[in-house]
Design a protein around this ligand. Structure first.
Ligand code: FAD
Length: 385
């Protein structure tokens, strides 16, 4: 059985590895000649880590991950902790640690773990056709490939999605801009073993440790879409948006390198239920795009890969039935993640300022129990428990 996988991102490469483990011959076709990930880093929560463990990458992921032993929210003006608590109860309840990792390193790990001759770069899919025996796909260099089935992990701007859904899909602007990058750890900005988030005015500044003595940082600001801002103005822009914020935030802005700081207008996609058309299935952001507010988009793509492999592993159902079973096992889960992230997004970014003010108040009374319970529920909803 030959699988065609479109896209060599987190979703596509996890799928290739997962299908390879259960005996499928999977070839990956990636549009770009060299992968340049959109963000600097991602937090892989324990549900995602369990998927990477399943793919045989346990030690490698641990080596890339930062030590996020503590979590704290800080007041935006004073810089004082509003709450600070250990992540140990989460780790002991769900049985695995979260690992913030540099995105390029995770991406490289996934690619290096799969046979190089089975990953084809510079192959942008433009047409998909299927018949009773298989799927044919054409690329923009006029080459083509054929397989028994096709998994489209071609990201949030997926072209295969319209083929599957038979209607165009709009992305929804979530109302805020995110800047992200990596800096050397500076403990005058935040402790090296803590996920620290400064909050106020519906904005946030967050720092997570990754390996190699680095912080993954991000800034969120509610803003209209399409402002004429780019890397050339990043420091002035951030200085303006965070005027009056605590000294460590100012120091962070002074420290960042504009050339490696990404600016992303955050979007999601209204959840939909159709991931499959015959022998073609959507996976990862192509099937479900979420805001990053609960850090679950990439984790969900890995979960998709594990579930897809598990339904195809027995080889007892036909391809089309297996793909439908994959759809059935995934669409409610990912709808839940998208809506949870959207809710968190709205509270964090002051869609209703009164609700956000109440959240800031609640943080000053938080001992970690409520925050960790919410995270555990999300994590335990994954396919590996
Ligand atoms: P992508 O990573 O987008 O990969 C798609 C691939 O398909 C790309 O390589 C692309 O070049 C290729 N492609 C596109 N079109 C074609 C075509 N026509 N033909 C062939 N190839 C094609 N997730 C988390 O789990 N934790 C986090 O902390 C987190 N933080 C985030 C922060 C930000 C700012 C953002 C924007 C996202 C974050 N995410 C996070 C979400 C995560 O990045 C995505 O969910 C994840 O990258 C999706 O992987 P994917 O493989 O489905 O898509």
């Amino acid at each position: 059985m030959k699988a065609i996988i479109i896209g060599a991102g987190i979703g596509g490469m996890s799928t290739a590895l997962a299908l390879g483990r259960c005996g499928y011959d999977a070839e990956v076709y990636e549009a770009v000649k060299e992968i340049k990930p959109v963000g600097a880093a991602i937090s892989v929560w324990p549900n995602g880590v369990k998927c990477l463990n399943y793919l045989g990458l346990r030690d490698a992921v641990k080596a890339l991950g930062g030590n996020m032993a503590w979590m704290a929210y800080r007041d935006f003006v004073s810089g004082n902790d509003m709450t600070r608590f250990s992540m140990a109860p989460l780790v002991s309840r769900v049985g695995e640690s979260p690992y913030p990792v540099a995105r390029a390193e995770l991406q490289q790990l996934l690619i290096d773990s799969y046979p190089a001759e089975k990953i084809h770069f510079g192959k942008r899919v433009c047409r998909v056709v299927q018949d009773a025996e298989g799927v044919s796909v054409w690329f923009d260099d006029n080459s083509h490939a054929r397989g028994d089935f096709l998994i489209a992990a071609d990201g949030t701007h997926s072209v295969v999605r319209e083929y599957v859904r038979e209607i165009p899909t709009e992305r929804r602007y979530a109302g805020y801009v995110n800047w992200n990058g990596l800096v050397t750890i500076d403990e005058s900005i935040a402790p090296a073993d803590q996920w620290t988030t400064y909050v106020g005015e519906g904005k946030r500044v967050s720092l997570m440790p990754v390996s190699g003595n680095r912080f993954y940082f991000f800034f969120d600001v509610p803003l209209p879409k399409g402002l004429p801002e780019d890397r050339s103005t990043v420091k002035e822009d951030l200085k303006g948006y965070f005027r009056g914020w605590a000294e460590p935030v100012q120091r962070l802005i002074d420290t960042i390198d504009p050339q490696t700081t990404n600016r992303v207008e955050i979007h999601d996609i209204e959840p939909f239920m159709e991931f499959v058309k015959g022998r073609v299935a959507l996976l990862g952001d192509a099937a479900h795009s979420t805001t990053p507010d609960i850090g679950q988009g990439g984790c969900a793509a890995m979960e998709d890969a594990v579930v897809l492999a598990s339904v195809l592993a027995s080889h007892s159902l036909g391809i089309e039935d297996s793909l439908l079973r994959y759809q059935q096992r995934r669409n409610e889960r990912v709808k839940d993640l998208i809506l949870k992230a959207r809710k968190r997004c709205d509270v964090t970014h002051a869609k209703d300022p009164q609700v956000t003010a109440a959240w800031y108040q609640a943080l000053t009374r938080e001992d970690g129990v409520n925050v960790l319970a919410g995270m555990c529920e999300t994590i335990e909803g994954g396919p590996l428990g």
